[in-house]
Design a protein around this ligand. Structure first.
Ligand SMILES: [Cu+2]
Length: 329
């Protein structure tokens, strides 16, 4: 169940009634705009040719003066566009007022990941599982800079601000997996700040909460942290930085620049991430890894280390990623 990453989706799927109505509004307004402008451009072109300098044309004033024509050409387009103003305003007001019985999911934006927490306490990173047929209200805040949560499938987008909560609500009625983005440029890794929203039948959602949400989600959450904190950017094959692969590192013997050999156990991984330089430098590498002390909260560090412990090849935890292992140790 992954959205088609391969194709550029110019018109993403619409999974809520509001999304369908939004599409209709945009289409209808496009048609109206064309109806009002195309005749004008055609007429301009025709008259420019017909009455060009030197052409044989009758240039006498026609003498036709009609108030009816003058008033109607202004009034009719005005009233037509007003319909769209009312329609758009109605949709806008509706999108700002979540029904009181909506299920509230907390969303926190941070450089560079989204963290979601379900009403029952389970949390996810960059992925969001939700039931269909029920209004969902995302209660959004940012921990650092301005981000914006964008869910194309429900045609909704709202800023995530550091000092104030914002809301976004929708009611999906089609199951499936769709994209989720940060749509506010927020720094170096803005482009990876996104994931997938999966809409499921209410029964499957309950199931997910009790099983997958608690367990299988853990490795995926660790993997998401590994990418969100930029570890992947340096440590995965193909990176511009020369850094050792972390696949299969856990439990192995690591040679350090100062000649010592240490075992890559949990404690050492933790120390290395928080304080990578000085006497923990790996043999044959430059001292470029940044310190993550004060940047990774303790619970996330635990999740990240759990992921590293289960990480056996660069493709693990991310089936789509078929990069060859190429581990050198
Ligand atoms: Cu962002």
């Amino acid at each position: 169940m992954t959205p088609s990453h391969e194709s550029l989706q110019l018109w993403p799927a619409a999974v809520s009634a509001t999304a369908t109505e939004t599409d209709l509004l945009i289409l209808a307004f496009t048609v109206l705009t064309l109806l009002l402008t195309v005749p004008v451009f055609v007429a301009i072109t025709y008259f420019a040719v017909r009455y060009r300098e030197g052409s044989e044309a009758n240039r006498q004033p026609s003498g036709i003066r009609s108030n009816l024509i003058e008033i109607s050409w202004m009034l009719i387009p005005f009233l037509l566009t007003l319909i769209f103003f009312v329609w758009g305003a109605k949709l806008f007001i509706q999108s700002k007022n979540a029904p009181p019985d909506a299920m509230v999911v907390e969303a926190v934006g941070r450089q560079w990941m989204w963290k979601f927490q379900h009403p029952t306490g389970q949390s996810e990173i960059n992925n969001l599982h939700l039931p269909i047929g029920q209004p969902i209200r995302l209660h959004i805040i940012s921990q650092d800079v301005i981000h914006a949560l964008y869910l194309p499938a429900v045609r909704m987008q709202v800023a995530a601000l550091p000092d104030r909560y914002t809301d976004l609500w929708f009611k999906a009625d089609k199951i499936g997996t769709y994209h989720l983005y940060c749509s506010e440029y927020c720094g170096t890794d803005h482009s990876v700040m996104g994931g997938e929203v999966t809409f499921m039948n209410p029964g499957d959602y309950q199931d997910w909460l009790t099983h997958a949400g608690a367990q299988q989600g853990k490795v995926a959450a660790g993997r998401a942290l590994y990418e969100a904190y930029g570890c992947a950017g340096c440590h995965e094959p193909g990176s511009a930085v020369k850094a050792p692969s972390l696949a299969g590192l856990y439990g192995s013997q690591v040679k350090l620049a100062d000649g010592r050999t240490v075992t890559a156990d949990e404690g050492w991984l933790r120390d290395k991430i928080l304080n990578p330089n000085g006497d923990r430098l790996a043999e044959g590498y430059k001292q470029v890894m940044p310190s993550f002390a004060g940047r990774i909260p303790a619970d996330e560090l635990g999740t990240l280390i759990d992921f590293l412990k289960s990480y056996s090849s660069p493709a693990a935890g991310k089936a789509a990623d078929a990069t060859p292992a190429g581990a050198t140790r």
